[in-house]
Write a protein of this length. Structure first.
Length: 459
């Protein structure tokens, strides 16, 4: 079986390399010739642990190739996976389907033997049925081209592991033959008892957006409680531990902090709301509006805390440790950390950024900041330090170690990775998201008054 993968971003490049690892011959397609050139040389244009090794291994073995030609792909492949992006449409919440539609039409026009197209991108419910009509109208009359949907749940930073050993496989198919084809593709995982859900197109599409909506809700749920503990006192981490011990709730994705970002969760919950509204079901997904707002308020809270700790942000020097949307990634798409850095800059702070992998991408989006290649360079002349991504390097910080690199004793923990008490006992002033600041006495004053906002926009 020959497999092609259309679109070689995070999803497509990972899928292509993993399919080669499973023993298939794979041809990846991208419309960007530079990307194709770089992948063909075994060079991955983004950070993903374990993937460069797989890419090089299979480019070298000849099992994995890349092209820009739909003609080549259409004549060669038996199963064509679509992994192109579905970004948020400019100025609205809905998903931009331009790339998925274009890929489907180009494939359909160029397929010269019976084949199966399998969508992996995250799409609005109803897409597969719509694409089926596009395929029918664009394919050659002498070939049969079927469609299936097989959502991808991989996490950045764990993309290879999640693809090779997923916790479940979901396929939306219309015929037993297509199910068999996909069972063959995923034979290795299925042999290891990975659960397989075989369902219709709509359910398959919804599984992905529902999972992301649930995860986003879980994070915003604990962050909503952060807003309470920040006013009245209490420990948000202990609260998460305690409710997380209820097996029905579970502890994962209850880490309070500056909230979720990245290329998926934020855009996917907005696209889901937009799709529900199109279906006349705006109210059903309205709670996601609230989740989005809670999430964005966390970023404001980090800026408010910075203002309070410094008196004024104007002419202050701020070190940002971590700018990727999460650790083990160089991705800064909708990164809460970068958003906070930008807000601080807008209020007059001079911002120095250090991230073990995200500097290059961040500097392309926000060139106004200073980017440095070591933590020491970031903090040495800072008035305030913000830890915004939980890289191991930052988790390992100690009050004494950091004090040796800088004069300041002011730090904000945006990810709840530092032991508040230990830092305070060592003479640091530490503010953590989800904790009272200043920590002393609990009051019932509302957030804004408690923070004694000194300047800049109101909370
Ligand atoms: C996510 C989904 O997990 C994945 O299944 C889907 O396919 C794509 O979207 P990813 O974007 O890689 O994957 O990030 P994820 O690990 O889910 O983290 C998302 C964001 O939530 C990050 O900004 C992270 O820092 C934040 N987060 C996560 C929290 O703020 N608290 C938590 O407890 C967990």
């Amino acid at each position: 079986m020959r497999i092609t993968v259309i679109g070689t971003g995070y999803l497509g490049a990972t899928h292509a390399a993993c399919m080669a690892e499973l023993g298939f011959e794979v041809l990846g397609l991208d419309i960007d010739p530079l990307r194709v050139e770089s992948l063909s040389e075994g060079l991955l244009p983004f950070h993903e642990p374990g993937l460069p090794e797989l890419l090089r291994k299979h480019v070298k073995s000849g099992r994995l190739r890349f092209t820009t030609s739909y003609e080549e792909v259409g004549a060669w492949g038996d199963v064509h996976f679509i992994g192109v992006g579905t970004p948020q449409r400019a100025g609205e919440g809905a998903a931009d389907m331009t790339f998925v539609d274009a890929a489907t039409i180009s494939l359909a026009r160029n397929i010269t033997k019976n084949a199966l197209i399998v969508g992996k991108s995250t799409v609005p419910v109803g897409t597969t049925r719509r694409l089926k009509a596009l395929v029918r109208d664009n394919k050659r009359p002498d070939v049969s081209v079927n469609l299936a949907w097989n959502p991808e749940f991989l996490r950045e930073g764990f993309a290879v592991v999640d693809t090779l050993t997923p916790d479940r496989l979901v396929i939306g198919v219309e015929s037993p033959e297509d199910e068999l084809t996909l069972r063959e593709v995923y034979a290795r995982a299925l042999g290891r008892d990975v659960p397989l859900i075989v369902t219709d197109f709509e359910t398959a599409e919804l599984v992905k957006v529902a999972a992301n909506a649930f995860l986003a809700t879980k994070i915003s749920f604990i962050n909503a409680f952060s807003e309470i503990t920040e006013v009245i006192g209490g420990d948000i981490g202990t609260l998460a531990d305690a409710i997380g011990l209820d097996a029905r709730i579970g502890r994962r994705f209850l880490n309070a902090g500056i909230g979720f970002g990245g290329g998926c969760l934020p855009k996917d919950i907005r696209a889901l709301q937009a799709r529900a509204a199109e279906l006349g079901l705006e109210r059903s997904m309205r709670f996601l509006d609230e989740m989005d707002e809670i999430n964005l308020r966390r970023r404001e809270r980090a800026v408010d805390l910075s203002r309070v700790m410094l008196g004024s942000l104007s002419h202050s020097k701020i070190a940002i440790l971590g700018v990727a949307f999460k650790p083990n990634s160089d991705d800064v798409r909708d990164s809460p950390a970068l958003d906070i850095a930008n807000s601080l800059f807008e209020e007059g702070a001079e911002v120095t950024v250090y991230d073990p992998a995200g500097n290059v991408n961040a500097s392309k989006r926000s060139p106004q900041h200073h980017y440095v290649t070591s933590m020491e360079d970031a903090v040495k002349s800072a008035d305030l330090i913000l830890v915004l991504t939980e890289w191991d390097e930052f988790k390992a910080l100690t009050p004494e170690g950091l004090a040796a690199q800088t004069e300041t004793r002011k730090i904000i923990d945006g990810r709840n990775i530092l032991q508040t008490r230990v830092w305070e006992d060592s003479g640091w002033s530490l503010a953590a998201l989800g904790h009272r600041y200043p920590p002393e006495h609990a009051t019932e004053e509302p957030l804004g008054e408690q923070l004694q906002l000194s300047s800049g926009p109101a909370a």
